[in-house]
Design a protein around this ligand. Structure first.
Ligand SMILES: *[C@@H]1O[C@H](CO)[C@@H](O)[C@H](O)[C@H]1NC(C)=O
Ligand SMILES: *[C@@H]1O[C@H](CO)[C@@H](O)[C@H](O)[C@H]1NC(C)=O
Ligand SMILES: *[C@@H]1O[C@H](CO)[C@@H](O)[C@H](O)[C@H]1NC(C)=O
Length: 290
């Protein structure tokens, strides 16, 4: 055997070994972290937990929920959205606590006709109050490949990111009298459902059921988070430790520039500039400069 053959053989074996470890690391991931909660068999966890699919047809949508509750976290999920004619469908991926004064951090993907752009709709609820919508087009086709949608939620702020690019920040402005989510643990939820009364061009375009079932896919769930179990946080024992350094992570000037870039090129709705909607004055957080 020549040296190059031996080398390529070693390379081959080590990549085999690597993919084995990666597979076993990923295996069971979604299975271990999520329960399918509704949809009567329309949601499935596949490939030993590496892939999760939601589906929607005329009879029902489907959804899943995290097994754990979290109080702060840095949470990534890769999604590939319903391809083709997805008009009328909504894929929601969000964190939420329970009750009428719940907190919530939302990504919602509003489908569209083939070739027309999805809308990424975001919102933040504090103490049961939302009305903080910001909507974006994406700089890629979210149905062709998986892309990473992330939430960094720590005591300083909530940061929404897409493929590592921050798109929206909700700062902790409690000192200015604006509630911030920090006491109510949240679950992660996702669902695929029919919303053709409002989703696409404000409800003008209806779901084409001849294209059903509609399918959205999930993989590579990755979290650094404080898991909340019967009143205590998994982070309290290692709060001075690098494994929780994300709890202090802020937004540097590069991040701020990226948000600016996204907001000036891709944002199509911002509650903070909707003076018609808030004739009595814009929400306080919109008028504060810090
Ligand atoms: C769908 O496409 C139309 C036409 O380009 C666009 O106005 C709209 O914002 C797109 N997205 C949704 C969800 O309606
Ligand atoms: C750091 O965190 C790990 C768990 O993530 C824990 O086992 C360890 O004791 C912590 N170390 C310190 C010095 O807190
Ligand atoms: C902890 O993190 C900081 C910055 O992220 C790094 O400089 C340092 O080496 C890390 N310490 C350990 C013990 O990993």
């Amino acid at each position: 055997m020549s040296a190059t053959m031996a080398a390529s053989r070693i390379l081959f074996l080590s990549s085999l070994l690597l993919s084995f470890f990666m597979a076993s690391y990923g295996a069971g991931n979604l299975q271990q972290n999520f329960d399918i909660t509704w949809g009567d068999g329309r949601a499935q966890i596949l490939n030993n937990g590496e892939l999760l699919t939601l589906s929607l047809d005329k009879i029902s949508g489907s959804g899943f929920q995290s097994k754990n509750q979290y109080l702060f976290g840095k949470i990534d999920m890769q999604l590939k959205l319903v391809p083709g004619n997805s008009a009328g469908t909504v894929t929601a991926y969000y964190l939420s606590s329970l009750g009428s004064t719940h907190d919530e951090i939302d990504f919602e993907f509003l489908g569209n006709l083939s070739g027309d752009p999805y809308i990424l709709h975001t919102n933040v609820f504090t103490q049961g109050k939302g009305n903080r919508e910001q909507q974006f087009y994406l700089w890629f086709d979210p149905t062709k490949d998986f892309h990473t949608y992330s939430v960094l939620w720590n005591p300083q702020h909530i940061l929404f990111s897409v493929d590592g690019t921050p798109i929206r920040e909700f700062k902790n402005l409690e000192s200015r009298g604006i509630p911030f989510p920090k006491n109510q643990p949240m679950w992660i939820y996702s669902s695929l459902w029919n919303a053709d009364d409002w989703a696409t061009r404000g409800g003008l375009v209806k779901t084409d059921w001849s294209k059903a079932p509609f399918i959205a896919s999930y993989r590579n769930f990755n979290s650094q988070a404080c898991i909340w179990t019967s009143g205590s946080s998994s982070c309290s024992s290692n709060s001075n430790n690098n494994s929780t350094s994300w709890l202090k992570e802020g937004l540097d000037s590069t991040g701020q520039a990226k948000i600016k870039w996204v907001q000036s090129n891709y944002m199509i709705y911002n509650y903070c500039t909707d003076t018609k909607r808030f004739p009595q004055g814009l929400p306080l957080e919109c008028t504060l400069t810090t």
